[in-house]
Design a protein around this ligand. Structure first.
Ligand code: NAI
Length: 344
């Protein structure tokens, strides 16, 4: 193992999540140097370069790819750019980490899969960070050790805070996000495949927009639910939404033949309980950056380790493709009102 080697990373995208990745890559990831940052907004590049002491800054992605000092590219740009930026980075010889999704359309996910397969000696990792969250990883180990017998049903809630809704509405009117199931539920769909160990066969998805009715005009839903039948008669119940009054609600339950386990039943901010004239108050996490702070770090550690050790990470491009297939089936069912067979 060449543990003394530093991996030089170039990061594209310095928005909500990208700026957090920049902080991590600059300060918290062993054997990693954040060598370059790129965004179409020059002020973001300047701020990150100054604040994090990053040697190179770019407003053009292709210029960054020409930097011979880089080993790896970290992609946190908007979803519409992922497919092309992954292809370009792989073609230029870099290891690549990309935020989810692989692309906005099935065709893009398949293009990425083809590009990754064409470059088997370069590390490719997709940002399904929940697998690196300590609670989710612990649950996986417990299931593998037989703690709940055979897992047969998974129930997931993934609901964004209502306070983020006005910002999302502004974004959604001029950008296609993939819709509730592909954009929001994709992490839960990946977790379901991971925990149940089988692929989906049929899905029925429904949804509605009751507080922000404008979402319906965009052919999207504010709250949605999908009932999924997996192979071997295993089951999945998924609730996705964008209108959570109490904060960021990410909850998962896995029911097995000999027990069940739950993760994040109360999506608490920390261990503090406030007892006052409102009663007993447990505050909730207010968004993904707070809830998954540790997971974003640990996924980047895994990416750099995989490069150093010359292996592929556990999350593969196939995981990205198969969850996208399932996400699309949910979207199709929601839009058509029909039960949809999942074509894996
Ligand atoms: P954002 O809109 O806040 O930031 C996007 C960044 O990319 C900005 O810095 C923007 O200037 C830059 N950018 C836009 N077009 C560009 C281009 N052509 N070349 C270079 N830079 C460009 O977006 P946000 O919320 O940070 O999301 C980024 C990605 O991360 C999305 O694909 C999203 O799906 C994913 N995401 C994943 C999460 C997770 O939990 N794994 C959570 C939130 C977002």
């Amino acid at each position: 193992m060449k543990q003394d080697k530093q991996i030089s990373v170039g990061l594209v995208g310095l928005g909500r999540l990208g700026r957090q990745h920049a902080d991590n890559l600059a300060h918290r990831i062993p054997n990693c140097k954040l060598m370059a940052v790129c965004s179409v907004k020059p002020e973001e590049v300047e701020e990150a370069q100054q604040e994090l002491k990053v040697p190179y800054g770019y407003t053009n992605y292709e210029d960054m790819l020409r930097n011979p000092e880089l080993d790896a590219i970290f992609i946190a740009s908007p979803s519409a750019y992922h497919c092309e930026q992954i292809e370009q980075a792989l073609e230029a010889g870099f290891h690549v980490f990309s935020e989810k999704p692989l692309g906005l359309y099935m065709e893009e996910a398949l293009r990425v899969q083809k590009a990754v397969r064409k470059h088997p000696n370069q590390v490719f990792m997709l940002g399904f960070m929940r697998r690196y969250d300590r609670s989710y990883a612990y649950a996986k180990k417990q299931i593998e050790a037989g703690a709940i017998g055979e897992p047969v049903l998974i129930r997931c809630y993934g609901i964004d805070p209502a306070q983020a809704m006005p910002g999302f509405m502004q974004f959604a009117k001029s950008n296609y996000s993939g819709g509730l199931f592909l954009d929001m539920a994709i992490h839960d769909l990946d977790l379901a495949r991971w925990y149940l160990g089988v692929e989906a066969e049929r899905v029925w998805a429904i949804g509605g927009s009751h507080r922000y009715t404008e979402l319906a005009e965009l052919n999207d839903a504010e709250t949605g639910a999908a009932l999924v039948q997996f192979a071997g008669n295993k089951m999945g119940i998924f609730v996705a939404g964008r209108n959570c009054a109490h904060g960021y609600h990410i909850e998962t339950e896995i029911i097995g033949t000999q027990g069940s386990l739950r993760i994040g039943t109360v999506p608490e901010k920390n261990q503090v309980m406030i007892l006052d004239d409102r009663g007993v108050v447990r505050e909730c996490a207010n968004g993904f950056l707070e809830r998954f702070e540790q997971a974003y770090m640990d996924e980047a550690i895994e990416f750099v380790q995989a490069i150093l050790e010359g292996r592929q990470p556990e999350v593969t491009v196939e995981d990205g493709v198969l969850s996208t297939v399932l996400g699309y089936a949910c979207k199709e069912s929601f839009e058509s009102g029909q039960l949809v067979n999942v074509q894996m």
